[in-house]
Design a binder for this molecule. Structure first.
Ligand code: PEP
Length: 244
C-alpha cells in the first residue's frame, strides 16, 4: 500500500495538533487504499493517539532511543512509545544526523531496538549537496544501508525513505531521473539483505500538492515523507488524494 507520512518536526502545540486532526480526519476518511501516518512531537503523541482512535490514520514518532530504560536524561525508549500507541518511528532523519550527531551505528541500534519492540521503522537515508556534486550519492546510500541494516534479520517492519538532504525544506525537489536512479539503486541494495522482502521506499524532500503526481508516478516510489506541506491539513490531504 502506498504510504503518506507527515513529519511535523518541532511544530505544533497539543492544541494545534488536535485542531489539525479535527480538520484532517473528515478530509481523508474515505481513503482506503493508502496508508496515512502523522509524526507529531513526543509531547503530542498521547493526545494525538486518542484523537486518531478508530480512524484510518496511524501514529508515528520522530525519534527514539535504543536503551530500554536507565539514566539517559531526555530520552524516550521504544517501550514508552509503544505504551502511548505509536505504530511507526522515524529513524536517522538528516536533521538528527546533522544537529544531534547521529551516525549509522546509533541508527542501527535504534532500528534493532524498534524491531525488538514491534515498532515499525522508517529509516531515512540520503546524500548532501556536496556529496552529490562529488558524484558520491550511491556510495553514501550504500554505506547508510549497509551500516544501518547490519545484523538485522527481520525486514517486515522496515520502510526506507530516500531524502536527499539538499531537497529537505529547501523547495528544491529532486528531478525524476534522480529519484528514479536512487530508488532503483536502493531497491537493488536491499535485495542483498532481504531477497524475498518488498521493502517500501518513500521519497522525501519538498513534496507538495503540485509535485506529488509526478513523484508518485516514478518507478519504485512507494510513498512520500512530507515535512513543510504536511503542517496544513488541507495541503496534506491534497497530497494524499492526488489524482493519478
Ligand atoms: C522531511 O521532513 O523529511 C522533509 C522531507 O521535509 P520537507 O517536505 O519540508 O522538505
Amino acid at each position: 500500500m502506498k504510504f503518506f507520512l507527515a513529519n511535523w518536526k518541532m511544530h505544533k502545540t497539543i492544541g494545534e495538533a488536535l485542531e489539525f486532526i479535527d480538520e484532517f480526519i473528515p478530509l481523508v476518511k474515505d481513503v482506503s487504499n493508502k496508508e496515512i501516518a502523522l509524526a507529531p512531537t513526543f509531547l503530542c503523541l498521547e493526545k494525538v493517539h486518542e484523537a486518531l482512535k478508530g480512524t484510518n490514520i496511524k501514529l508515528c514518532a520522530q525519534n527514539v532511543f535504543y536503551e530500554k530504560q536507565g539514566a539517559y536524561t531526555g530520552e524516550i525508549s521504544p517501550l514508552m512509545l509503544k505504551d502511548v500507541g505509536v505504530d511507526y518511528v522515524i529513524v536517522g532523519h538528516s536533521e538528527r544526523r546533522k544537529y544531534f550527531q547521529e551516525n549509522d551505528e546509533i541508527i542501527n541500534k535504534k532500528i534493532k531496538a524498534c524491531n525488538e519492540n514491534g515498532l515499525k521503522v522508517i529509516i531515512c537515508i540520503g546524500e548532501t549537496l556536496e556529496e552529490r556534486q562529488k558524484n558520491r550519492t550511491f556510495e553514501i546510500l550504500k554505506k547508510q544501508i549497509i551500516r544501518g541494516l547490519e545484523g538485522i534479520s527481520n525486514f517486515n517492519n522496515i520502510t526506507i525513505a530516500y531524502e536527499p538532504v539538499w531537497a529537505i525544506g529547501t523547495g528544491i525537489v529532486a528531478n525524476e531521473l534522480q529519484i528514479k536512479e536512487a530508488h532503483l539503486f536502493i531497491k537493488e541494495q536491499l535485495k542483498e539483505f532481504a531477497p524475498k522482502n518488498s521493502i517500501r521506499i518513500l521519497y522525501g524532500g519538498s513534496v507538495t500538492a503540485d509535485n506529488i503526481k509526478k513523484i508518485m508516478n516514478i518507478e519504485n516510489v512507494d510513498g512520500v515523507l512530507v515535512g513543510g506541506a504536511s503542517l496544513n491539513p488541507v495541503n496534506f490531504a491534497k497530497i494524499i488524494k492526488y489524482e493519478d
